[in-house]
Design a protein around this ligand. Structure first.
Ligand code: 5AD
Ligand code: SF4
Length: 433
């Protein structure tokens, strides 16, 4: 979502004549788009800003801006020691609903004025802003902003504000333009896309309409809340061939008492029922999840219930996090009483189990053929390329007579817990699996 926001910011700056550079030594402006969701993300921003100190020492006229979710917090921290002296190097602070002000604030900061804009909005969706996309194959489209769910651990409703939806027609128009420009994949984005509503159109209607724009384009979406995963949406994903059969459905915990303390508004039985519905509608669907370990008062038995749920569902992937208390969230008032060493032990058990499950699931793909969309050169070897299956699994293939953006048929020869390796069967031009 931050990458999508960065493209909106670039779109706004591009219109004012700013150019993007990869080379920091030539930059006149450095902007850091930040995330507040966990303490770790914030720490990374502080250390990144620390790196800019020497850049600013060498080139004092350079402007440093901090954008996104940390903006509001940073503003109050500017004089605080915790902010590690960032006040001296930060010139501009802009929150997620104020990006339109960035060009003006940058102009003012050329004249030595510090600029701050951190108001949240109930209406801003940047519906009319054309994002500047730096990847010509896959595009993210933010369809809604903010979140009204208020999970007790989560800072998002506070940093990104209340839920707002973009217009159905402009989203469809954006997809049409992307199709004309040769994009091969779009991902509809939001903190909780399932609660999308615009006029009479819900998220299932939006997915259906988007998938009809260009049947050769892959359509993905993220993220979903289990409370809002409707039967209609499941049917739509199942029926539309070019909607990828991959669902990211954060469960957070396998224990009902913890889910209740998290204010997640569903229980384990509801979640398992959803998984069963998804699998009976789409037997090959791949599933991933988010899990938080060490939520306040989580017992050993409740941790075991999360492991049991993982064994029951057998996710293809899981993003796992140690609970980190976020200021002003409801759970911040609860005692963060699971000691760090226990959190580490629990997260390691979760990761180990997930690795075993993912390895076993991936091994079953050996001998099967998938259509993959080639995304780029492999990080490990220039003789190899990487792409993704419809189910979002990463596949490595030897280089051949195909390019980034091509769909190719690949037979899987070996696997590990994170990646599939294959040989190329057929080079397709514009077809989708
Ligand atoms: N501590 C740990 N993990 C968190 N997440 C959100 N807030 C916190 C927190 N305070 C995780 C959730 C969410 C993902 C994006 O980040 O699992 O789904
Ligand atoms: Fe945060 Fe919950 Fe909203 Fe996700 S659904 S962004 S976890 S409040």
């Amino acid at each position: 979502m931050n990458l999508a926001d960065s493209e909106i910011i670039l779109g706004l700056l591009d219109k004012k004549g700013y150019d993007l550079t990869d080379d920091m030594s030539t930059a006149d402006v450095i902007l850091v788009n930040t995330c507040s969701v966990r303490e770790h993300a914030e720490q990374r921003v502080y250390s990144r800003l620390g790196e800019f100190k020497s850049v600013k020492r060498k080139k004092p006229e350079i402007i440093v801006g901090v954008l996104g979710c940390m903006a509001e917090r940073l503003r109050s921290n500017l004089t605080d020691k915790k902010a590690q002296g960032v006040g001296q190097i930060v010139d501009v602070i802009v929150g997620p609903d104020e990006y339109r002000k960035l060009p003006t604030l940058l102009s003012q900061s050329w004249h030595g004025e510090k600029g701050i804009a951190v108001q949240l909005s109930r209406v801003e969706t940047y519906d009319d802003v054309a994002p500047l996309r730096t990847n010509g194959i896959s595009a993210w489209i933010s369809v809604m902003r903010g979140c009204d769910k208020f999970c007790s651990f989560c800072v998002v409703p506070l940093t990104r504000g209340r839920e707002r939806n973009r217009s159905f027609t402009t989203i469809i128009h954006e997809v049409e333009t992307l199709s004309e420009r040769g994009f091969k994949e779009v991902t509809l984005l939001g903190q909780n896309v399932n609660s999308y509503q615009n006029g009479n159109h819900d998220f299932a209607d939006l997915m259906k309409a988007v998938s009809k724009v260009d049947s050769s384009m892959r359509i993905r979406f993220t993220t979903s809340h289990p409370q809002d995963m409707s039967d209609k949406l499941i049917q739509t994903i199942a029926e539309r061939e070019n909607i990828c059969k991959y669902v990211h459905l954060p469960v957070q915990s396998g224990a009902d008492r913890i889910l209740q303390l998290m204010d997640r508004n569903y229980n384990r039985a509801h979640y398992l029922n959803l998984i069963q519905k998804l699998r009976s509608a789409m037997p090959t669907v791949t599933l991933s999840t988010d899990i938080i370990t060490g939520f306040p008062s989580e017992t050993k038995e409740e941790h075991q219930q999360t492991l049991d749920l993982m064994e029951q569902v057998r996710f293809d992937g899981a993003f796992t996090f140690k609970y980190s208390p976020r200021e002003n969230t409801p759970s911040f008032r609860m005692k963060d009483d699971v000691p760090e060493d226990i959190k580490t032990k629990r997260i390691n058990e979760i990761i180990e189990l997930q690795n075993v499950i993912a390895s076993e699931k991936n091994a079953q793909h050996v001998g099967q053929t998938f259509t993959i969309l080639i995304e780029g050169e492999s990080k490990k070897s220039s003789d190899e390329m990487h792409g993704r299956t419809d189910g979002n699994k990463m596949v490595i293939v030897p280089c051949g007579s195909y390019n980034v953006g091509d769909f190719i048929d690949v037979t899987i020869t070996r696997t590990n817990s994170a990646t599939l390796f294959g040989t190329v069967q057929q080079h397709l031009t514009a077809e989708v699996a």
